[in-house]
Design a protein around this ligand. Structure first.
Ligand SMILES: *Cc1c(COP(=O)(O)O)cnc(C)c1O
Length: 372
């Protein structure tokens, strides 16, 4: 039986995703790519995105939890390994990660203690998180010798220490001298203690890949740029050579005529000032269409014509203004966001947030579908 779908879909362009991957490789040639697909691939759909990126030859994935990694390999057992960015949250995760071949980032002494308690058979691959200045997770550079010493002394199973991993706090403002400080501390640590690892160190995220060539390391960790979104405020994705991956489409399911003075939807959010035609679309805040976008009158496209949202977005439905546009019928597709016509970055700006957050707001209810 065909599943019955609401007309509401996030289309994921495989071609654009692979183009952006290629751009990351061109910026940092020779590095291995650990694609950040945490949080459902920034809302784009991690199973689908991982599958496409694996076809494009990525060497690994970065996720936020072992749960995300296990769910991914349950759906696609042949994918390259995941690296769990915050490492294990409990000792029981360690044998699971080892058995599944996923990699853990260790960032605190409690986790090191768990390695002594846990028991496992297959080699467990680790990155050691260096706090080079973010002061969120990680060991201080001075702790590395004691850390490496302890890891070789006490562990409940075979270990591979791949290398050091660190994260830049201000890569989105590449001119900030703090970047140079962090990068220099990273390379200094690699030089001093890297010989005790396999040398598979990892530093840059998207902004650094695009703007801080001195951060190039054996593994690079692009996230946002893969989705064709700009990590550099004030720089458009297009100007960076990126191509937007997601397009969010819904359909008009009803057309209403309102007489002057009539109110639309919940509350007193919108009143017709003149004879108006309103399209009802099958998308609402339950799908992640933020309520403010209706009140802000965010632009949408219907065929070749631009329109806008209006009134209050409801849970399953929202309104578009058809008064000024012609030839629109029930069943017509409406582009809500994405692509070069309606960059998600514009939503982020209108809502006072960053593109990272906008994508992750799109809920599970919206099916993600692959397109060329
Ligand atoms: C999310 C994340 C990345 C990817 O960052 P982007 O800015 O999306 O490229 C890299 N490293 C770590 C530790 C992360 O949490």
């Amino acid at each position: 039986m065909m599943p019955v779908m609401r007309p509401n879909v996030l289309e994921i362009s495989a071609g654009n995703l692979l183009h952006n991957l290629q751009l990351a490789r061109t910026r940092m040639p020779g590095s291995r790519v650990m694609a950040a697909i945490k949080a459902n691939a920034y809302g784009h759909g991690s199973a689908l995105v991982a599958q496409i990126l694996a076809e494009g030859g990525v060497e690994g994935f970065a996720v936020a939890s072992l749960g995300e990694a296990m769910e991914l390999t349950r759906q696609h057992p042949q994918l390259p390994p995941c690296t769990v960015l915050a490492g294990p949250f409990a000792p029981e995760e360690i044998p699971l990660a080892a058995a599944a071949g996923h990699r853990l980032v260790l960032h605190c002494w409690e986790q090191i203690g768990w390695l002594a308690e846990a028991r496992w058979q297959q080699p467990l691959a680790l990155f050691l998180k260096l706090d080079s200045g973010m002061h969120r997770l990680g060991f201080a550079a001075e702790e590395l010798p004691r850390l490496l010493d302890q890891l070789t002394q006490k562990s409940g199973g075979p270990l591979r220490i791949l290398g050091f991993l660190s994260h830049l706090a201000r890569a989105d403002t590449p001119g900030d001298s703090y970047n140079a400080q962090q990068i220099s501390l990273f390379w200094q640590s690699v030089q001093q203690y890297g010989a005790l690892t396999e040398g598979q160190h990892s530093l840059p995220n998207s902004a650094a890949i695009l703007a801080l060539p001195q951060s190039q390391s054996p593994w690079i960790r692009p996230g946002l740029m893969l989705y064709g979104l700009s990590p550099l405020p004030g720089r458009s994705a297009t100007s960076l050579g990126l191509r937007a991956v997601a397009q969010w489409w819904s359909k008009i399911i009803a057309i209403r005529r309102l007489a002057p003075g009539e109110w639309l939807g919940y509350g007193a959010a919108w009143q017709a000032e003149r004879p108006s035609r309103i399209g009802i679309i099958a998308c609402g805040y339950g799908d992640g269409l933020t309520r403010q976008l209706g009140l802000l009158g965010a632009p949408v496209w219907i065929g070749q014509q631009q329109s806008r949202l209006l009134g209050r977005v409801s849970m399953d439905l929202a309104f578009v203004d058809l008064t000024e546009i012609s030839g629109v019928r029930v069943g017509d597709r409406v582009l809500l966001a994405g692509g070069s016509d309606l960059p998600l970055e514009d939503w982020a700006e209108a809502l006072g947030t960053i593109p990272y957050e906008v994508g992750t707001r799109i809920t599970q209810r919206v099916p993600r579908r692959r397109v060329p």
